[in-house]
Ligand binder design. Structure first.
Ligand SMILES: [Zn+2]
Ligand SMILES: [Zn+2]
Length: 631
């Protein structure tokens, strides 16, 4: 559970700016607490913030003898409805620190009346309020809570809500603190919006790539290997390989050169690039050389000292690569380049490692090792626009082929008042103009976002909306003036003088792990035929037809189709159900009639029965469908 952000108190300004939805959600958290206090008067409440992103709309942390379970939700909601029906006013009462403390000591805060016990967490929270800040109590009916607001006027404004789930969470997110029960809920302005949200949540649950990934045997995460490290199983590897082949074809067409680079590099390389030590919080710790380790151990050097020496550069070491760029730069630098060689386009499915907090890891979308469909383009300033257009074309083809046609394009520009950007402003103007012009050729609306550029150059991001309306940031294209400078990259211009090339980083999928995770959810596991790990399953209706099944199997195999035969001694209905569960696009039924006529009865997972056709005819149609990568 990550509550680092919630630990910080909101400033008064931020509170003033709370949106209407936040007010509703925050107020509904009070209504929830009122209901829980009614049902279990010993409840001790801690934090109860509104949330604007994700599945939940708010939570309230509570310490309570009774363990709240989903069985209690109905009862809690019933109590909440009573509070809403009473239409209590949210009344603000400004108090002195002493008055607030006195109330808390009587157990009166986050409660319906005085209690035998103190409102322990509220005393703690009270002590965190800065000296000069106003202290207020909000009352709705008999429920009083320490709160800075703001709220909706009355409990009657909180009429569309639902208690969603309960989890455990440490007070203030700190494992040394008591463990509390975190009750999640959501609230909306009206019932229609609430129901839409609940349907979406249910659909998302059905599509969860962690669940489908397990059901379809696509990938595995093993504690013994490590959290956030994806093991691609044979079926998942097929999906990934197909995607890599697909993009590889377009890279060939666009004139990219394939390279391979190792998974580690010297610390000094990343000092030059600036990735170390500035970003060391998001990296695995460096590896020291064996000889160095031995010498330092003999000297009695502690781990802490070693780490300092690595960081200061006193001893040499290696880093698991957090980025592929420095390796590609060194490949570029290993030759002399004239302007005639440019652009140089180096592509690699390069695996990188990042340190993510364990609480933030989840399935394939947050991981510690991932493979980028990475490439770096080294070009002249004049070539930037055309190269960007090539990158955008690629992203467009990828997303179009996968039926992800609903996306937004963001062009991240610099904030002209800021001094954090490297490179002179004339270059920036040119590059920003180039990006704008390239983006306008997409035929999709794009938003210019000043201040969203990286410090080293402007960029274009693709934000894809999936079939249930969730947004994912995927492909990105970035112009870079910084690394060519830091590494002193050069090419010889037509004037015979050395010039600095511009670098473009781009990754249309982003990472293979994250992309396949998103794809699983996008397709709900029903990959188009070309991506399906198993494209055809042959279902002989009894063992008398096994031989014919094998002949058909061979014929399809020879045509490059991924096909299996279900030889189980089961009724054909059961075989069909299993194939449907496994999301196999085509099922071929073979019985006496089919055997005699040298035909197969075709069944599609979505379209159902498609009748009997000759084996050759089926094969040719299928191969054409796979080759054209139809959806
Ligand atoms: Zn409040
Ligand atoms: Zn890069």
């Amino acid at each position: 559970m990550s509550d680092n952000n919630e630990k910080q108190r909101k400033t008064l300004d931020e509170r003033d700016q709370m949106s209407e939805l936040e007010r509703i959600r925050h107020s509904t958290a009070h209504v929830l607490a009122t209901a829980i206090a009614k049902l279990w008067p010993d409840a001790q409440f801690a934090y109860g913030p509104p949330l604007l992103e994700g599945v939940h709309g708010f939570y309230y942390d509570v310490d309570l003898e009774h363990r709240i379970s989903p069985d209690d939700f109905e009862q809690i909601e019933a109590e909440m409805k009573k509070v809403v029906k009473e239409n209590q006013t949210f009344e603000k009462m400004v108090v002195s620190r002493d008055e607030a403390l006195e109330l808390a000591k009587k157990g009166r805060l986050a409660a319906l009346g005085d209690r035998e016990v103190e409102s322990v967490f509220k005393i703690d929270l009270l002590n965190e309020i800065p000296e000069d800040e106003e202290i207020s109590i909000y009352k709705n009916g008999d429920f009083w809570d320490l709160c800075a607001g703001p709220h909706v006027p009355r409990t009657g404004n909180c009429k569309a809500f639902k208690v969603m789930s309960v989890a455990s969470a440490f007070y203030k997110g700190d494992a040394d603190n008591p463990q509390l029960q975190r009750v999640y809920g959501t609230a909306f302005k009206n019932k229609t919006q609430l129901n839409e949200h609940l349907e979406q949540v249910e659909e998302a649950k059905q599509r969860d790539h962690r669940k489908i990934g397990k059901d379809l045997d696509l990938f595995h995460i093993d504690e013994a290997v490590g959290q956030g490290l994806i093991l691609w199983k044979p079926k998942g590897a097929v999906v990934r390989q197909e995607l890599q082949d697909f993009i590889g074809e377009h890279l060939d067409r666009q004139g990219y050169s394939q390279v391979f680079t190792p998974h580690i590099g010297k610390l000094d390389l990343y000092r030059t690039s600036g990735h170390f030590p500035y970003y060391s919080d998001s990296q695995f710790p460096p590896l020291a050389e064996r000889e160095t380790m031995k010498i330092l151990a003999d000297e009695g050097c502690t781990c802490g000292e070693l780490s300092n020496k690595l960081e200061s550069g006193e001893v040499a070491g290696f880093l698991l690569k957090p980025m592929n760029c420095p390796h590609h730069i060194k490949i570029f630098q290993s030759n002399h380049h004239s302007y005639r060689d440019l652009p140089v386009r180096l592509a690699e499915f390069g695996t990188v490692y990042r340190w993510e907090q364990s609480g933030e890891l989840g399935g394939m979308t947050r991981v510690r090792g991932f493979t980028q469909d990475d490439a770096h383009i080294f070009c002249t300033e004049e070539q930037v626009k055309e190269e960007i257009m090539g990158c955008l074309e690629l992203v467009k083809i990828v997303l179009g082929t996968l039926g992800m046609d609903d996306y937004r394009v963001r062009v991240g520009l610099r904030d002209k008042d800021s001094t954090k950007y490297v490179g002179d402003s004339e270059k920036w103007d040119k590059a920003e103009q180039a990006l704008r012009e390239a983006a306008s050729t997409l035929g999709t609306e794009f938003a210019e976002e000043p201040g969203e550029a990286a410090f080293y150059g402007p960029k274009i991001d693709f934000v894809v909306k999936d079939v249930i309306g969730r947004e994912w940031q995927l492909g990105t294209v970035q112009v870079d003036y910084n690394l060519p400078e830091r590494f002193g990259l050069e090419y010889i211009g037509s004037d015979n003088a050395p010039h600095r090339p511009v670098m473009i980083h781009r990754a249309p999928f982003g990472s293979m792990e994250r992309f396949v995770g998103v794809l699983i959810e996008h397709f709900a596991g029903k990959f188009p035929t070309w991506l399906s790990p198993e494209q055809v399953r042959i279902l002989p209706i009894s063992e008398k037809f096994l031989e014919t099944a094998d002949t058909v199997y061979q014929e399809l195999r020879n045509a490059g189709v991924r096909v299996t035969v279900d030889k189980a001694d089961e009724k054909v209905g059961a075989k069909i159900r299993l194939a449907q569960l496994d999301r196999v696009p085509y099922m071929l039924l073979i019985g006496a009639k089919e055997q005699e006529s040298n035909q197969v009865s075709v069944r599609h997972r979505d379209r159902g029965d498609e009748g009997a056709v000759g084996v050759d005819e089926f094969r040719d149609k299928l191969v054409a469908e796979i080759r054209s990568r139809n959806l």
